[in-house]
Write a new protein. Structure first.
Length: 485
């Protein structure tokens, strides 16, 4: 038996590192366990060196647009001059044309043309009659999309991309997906936002309805967690990388010890409190004794969507001015690209740029198993045709695998998760946190808040409602980067 640790944190992603920061500030002893060779979890930043050149990319680009002032204050203290403000530009590429994202109603009308605009207007009017006047039930994501945008616009812009992300028909997606991530985003909101932007432009002001600037660490989102790890080590805190939990022993409603496997072999670590962000379905499989059969059956009903990424380095100064470009059309195998130098010039060498391209898939399917060469063959012909780059400008390309990245909100998820939640909440010294840990599709800011709150629960000996974080029924990007509503 190794030395006892009062608190054990499993997972050095946003939630785990935020918990560590809060515990460190309170002077409490703890150890962080991370299965990867670097901290950051789903928000880590990779570094690719090509001779004397250095290219950086996030593991799926992240940005900060929380309404929590305290959160920004703490991050600003850690990052200092590395905490930069970025003007946002995000677009969709549909049928050979760029559309602003979120949708700019006036621009979309110009791109769509009179016939399609008329179809969309008639479709939205029909939706108002059906869902507002006649009170047709909104039972799933597809119903919500039709009610919010009308059928033609929903199928042109919302349904296709959502099904590409999740790999299931939208009538099988729970309404919670819309209510948690994009509630309040509809035709009227888009027209109102476009009008606000037009008025603000004339008045030389900025509208505060949808986020158009955000904060970002100038060396990548993962740099925040690397700085936190550096500070924690300087304070004597232990971070064990390339170490994973093998067994979690419990008795009497308490976690007693965790068996860990790392570079030095196996060891058992006792803990008085456990904060963990292991994918919830995997965490349940670690428990000894095993959970009851009904809990395991419910966990088996929780499904995940995975990703695989292709990172391309280029001998050209830039591709576009966008941070993200979305590709919602169903016949395209990729879903989104990001140009990292548009987040920060330090993400690519001078005169060079890169593209981070995301494919959504299921673990073990053909896309998930595809090699870098196979992924590049899917991307290159189309990106050349779009004018994004020429083959001779490509320096290198790299495959970056994903795991259980996206919890799927199918029609049964709520029922299954309730069974799992009731069981795990029965452990008095367990805090299960983060996107994979709680099976909750939160963004980075909410995972950080969750970690802070989990640490407060340990420090104060009480339980907080972690599921209330990010549960506001309004569009996630409403408000501005300074935390003002």
């Amino acid at each position: 038996m190794s030395n006892e640790r009062k608190i054990l944190i499993i997972g050095a992603g946003p939630a785990g590192m935020a918990a560590a920061l809060e515990l460190d500030r309170a002077g409490r002893d703890f150890e962080i366990i991370e299965k990867s060779a670097q901290v950051g979890g789903l928000a880590k930043t990779y570094v690719f060196r090509e001779g004397d050149l250095e290219f950086r990319t996030d593991n799926g680009p992240h940005r900060f647009f929380s309404k929590n002032r305290r959160l920004y204050g703490l991050i600003g203290e850690v990052l200092g001059e590395h905490w930069i403000s970025v003007k946002r530009q995000t677009r969709q590429y549909i049928a050979g044309k760029f559309f602003d994202y979120p949708i700019n109603a006036f621009q979309a009308m110009r791109n769509l043309g009179p016939a399609m605009v008329l179809r969309c207007a008639v479709g939205y009017a029909a939706a108002v009659v059906r869902y507002r006047w006649l009170k047709s039930p909104i039972r799933n994501f597809r119903d919500w999309a039709y009610a919010s945008f009308g059928r033609p616009l929903a199928e042109f812009n919302v349904i296709n991309y959502t099904e590409k992300i999740w790999g299931v028909p939208t009538e099988r997606l729970h309404l919670d997906w819309a209510q948690q991530r994009i509630a309040g985003l509809n035709v009227l909101a888009l027209v109102k936002n476009a009008a606000a932007r037009l008025f603000a432009a004339k008045q030389k002001e900025k509208p505060k309805s949808l986020v158009d600037t955000f904060y970002y660490p100038d060396l990548g989102a993962g740099f925040l967690y690397e700085k936190l790890a550096e500070n924690l080590r300087q304070n004597g805190r232990k971070i064990s990388l390339e170490t994973r939990p093998m067994r979690v022993r419990h008795a009497g409603g308490r976690i007693e010890a965790v068996t860990l496997a790392g570079p030095a072999g196996e060891r058992e670590l006792r803990c008085s409190n456990l904060i963990e962000s292991v994918p919830v379905t995997e965490f349940l499989s670690l428990l000894e004794p095993a959970p009851p059969a009904d809990v395991l059956a419910a966990a088996g009903g929780l499904k995940w969507r995975s990703q695989v990424h292709l990172f391309i380095t280029l001998d050209r100064p830039k591709v576009t001015d966008d941070q993200w470009i979305y590709f919602p059309e169903r016949d395209l195998p990729f879903a989104r690209s990001s140009e990292m130098r548009n987040f920060s010039a330090r993400m690519s060498p001078p005169g060079k740029t890169s593209l981070f391209i995301e494919f959504f898939c299921n673990e073990g399917d053909a896309t998930h198993r595809a090699t870098a060469e196979e992924l590049f063959a899917l991307v290159a012909p189309r990106f050349e045709r779009y004018g994004f780059f020429r083959r001779e400008e490509v320096r290198h390309y790299y495959r970056i695998p994903g795991g259980k990245d996206y919890p799927i909100y199918d029609l049964d998820y709520q029922k299954n998760l309730a069974v799992v939640r009731d069981y795990l909440d029965g452990f008095t010294n367990l805090q299960w946190v983060g996107r994979p840990g709680r099976f909750k599709y939160t963004n980075q800011d909410h995972s950080l808040e969750m970690g802070f709150l989990a640490a407060r629960a340990v420090l104060e000996g009480r339980r907080f409602d972690l599921d209330s974080i990010g549960a506001e029924k309004e569009y996630f990007e409403k408000g501005n980067r300074n935390g003002e509503a």
